[in-house]
Design a protein around this ligand. Structure first.
Ligand SMILES: *Cc1c(COP(=O)(O)O)cnc(C)c1O
Length: 463
């Protein structure tokens, strides 16, 4: 295959994409397959001789779409969304064509400079003050790992980079049990050790409070341990918990401990000023992560980390061997020094396209609709006999359950086998609950109202 033939096939792919999206409502949201079904459809070894694209394409159509869970389906209410707005997909097509590696400024100045400007556009869009700058990572997991590594090195006065951690002080980090498992992963990978991630108690609202955080830090100090960082939750994955951001940051500041805020999902909602009270005080954080690849429509992957002092992170992650120097250009930014991987995709282009093609007002309108429709779905479910709302909506996320776990699990299985909607589960204080999260870029109110009517149908067919 050459580039002339790519011209033909990429037009065909564009048509395929449009048809695929137009037909999504007719497909089951979750792949209705048994494990191994796709692998068995592939030949056991690679071809020695080139094959015709016609044959490859036919196999793609035969094997792949039916084996997908359709994340862009308007009735995808599972996990959190990974929205790909059409304008974002277009930008990615252009990035694909140029296929750059923006590891340093001079390897693609436009990639670096569009990224700098987009970070600042997003900072303004979220209502954050001008002393934040930032960068784009592949995932919130990478951003949180970068923040944890930076806090580790700050606590060790940058000795860990040279000397390693053996013999170093025992570093302690603090987060509530509502934070995402990516925090646990970062703590493990950074060599801190799971047992040094203190799970601070939460209040009735599932929020970490200032008092609980202060007590945890003081207890560690009294035991001769070294408090190194606090990770706050702004929109937890299970039920959307928010820590008491302002109060906890005040305590961390008073104790001299830096703060990273995980707003991977809920951060997008902060383009709407009325939701900002949920993370009031966030401007005091040292680092904030949010994923435009979730609710904002910039397709996966695109995770933004805002930083108060990028110098600390660059000192932790930056390496500049001679082959990565740009002669005579010390003023330029090399974003690989802000992140764990060296190579980096041109992820800012899709942000530029999305922000312009929908405007902040267009994006706010979607998020506001999702929040309002989630409330309506909650009310419709609460009205069904036997259904209990387990956690009330936080933005567009709530949970419900039947009286016993086994019945709830069976109901979820039935709903997802049916395929018209897709929901996933969590545990709330040990109780099995079904999560409902409204956030698909193209969903309409009638899609959301189908949640309660489907549950009603499934319940009727159970009895
Ligand atoms: C989705 C999510 C993450 C993980 O995001 P990745 O980009 O997949 O690493 C972390 N924290 C929260 C709160 C999330 O919702």
């Amino acid at each position: 295959m050459d580039h002339e033939s790519l011209r033909h096939w990429s037009k065909r792919a564009a048509d395929w994409a449009a048809d695929y999206h137009a037909g999504l409502r007719d497909r089951p949201v979750r792949a209705p397959l048994a494990p191994g079904a796709v692998a068995r459809a592939l030949p056991p070894g690679p071809p020695e001789m080139a094959e015709e694209m016609e044959a490859i394409w036919a196999d793609f159509e035969r094997i792949v779409p039916g084996g997908m869970t359709h994340w862009q389906h308007p009735r995808f209410f599972a996990y959190f969304p990974a929205n790909a707005a059409p304008a974002s997909m277009l930008a990615e097509q252009l990035v694909n064509a140029m296929a750059c590696n923006a590891l340093i400024w001079q390897t693609s100045p436009a990639a670096t400079e569009v990224e700098q400007v987009m970070i600042d556009w997003l900072r303004q869009a979220l209502g954050l003050p001008g002393d934040f700058t930032g960068t784009i990572h592949d995932s919130a997991t990478s951003a949180t790992l970068s923040a944890v590594l930076t806090m580790r090195e700050q606590a060790l006065d940058w000795a860990g980079l040279d000397e390693g951690l053996s013999g170093a002080a025992v570093l302690r980090f603090y987060a509530s049990a509502e934070t995402h498992s990516s925090v646990d992963k970062a703590i493990r990978v950074a060599g801190i050790g799971q047992r040094n991630l203190v799970k601070v108690a939460t209040d009735d609202n599932r929020a970490m409070t200032a008092e609980a955080l202060r007590a945890a830090i003081r207890a560690d100090l009294a035991a001769g341990l070294c408090p190194a960082g606090v990770i706050l939750c702004a929109g937890g994955t299970s039920v959307g918990a928010f820590d008491r951001i302002a109060d906890c940051i005040a305590v961390a500041k008073a104790e001299g401990v830096p703060v990273h805020v995980d707003a991977a999902w809920a951060g997008s909602a902060m383009i709407c000023p009325e939701f900002r009270p949920l993370w009031a005080g966030v401007e005091g954080a040292d680092s904030i992560v949010f994923n435009p690849h979730k609710w904002l429509g910039a397709q996966f992957d695109c995770s933004v980390q805002f930083l108060k002092d990028p110098g600390a992170q660059v000192r932790t992650l930056g390496l500049r061997p001679t082959y990565l120097e740009t002669a005579g250009r010390e003023e330029i930014i090399n974003f690989n020094e802000w992140t764990v991987p060296l190579g980096r995709r041109f992820r800012a282009l899709k942000l530029w396209f999305v922000l312009r093609a929908y405007g902040l007002e267009g994006l706010r309108g979607r998020i506001r609709n999702h929040v309002a429709w989630a409330l309506r779905a909650r009310d419709a479910l609460a009205a069904l006999p036997g259904v209990e709302i387990v956690t009330e909506p936080r933005l567009s996320l709530f949970t419900f359950a039947l009286r016993d776990d086994a019945a709830t699990e069976a109901l979820l299985q039935k709903i997802n086998d049916d395929g018209r909607i897709y929901l996933t589960q969590t545990r709330v204080d040990g109780r099995f609950a079904i999560r409902v999260q409204v956030g698909s870029f193209d969903c309409r109110e009638e899609d959301v109202m189908l949640i309660a009517s489907t549950v009603q149908e499934m319940l009727a067919s159970c009895s």
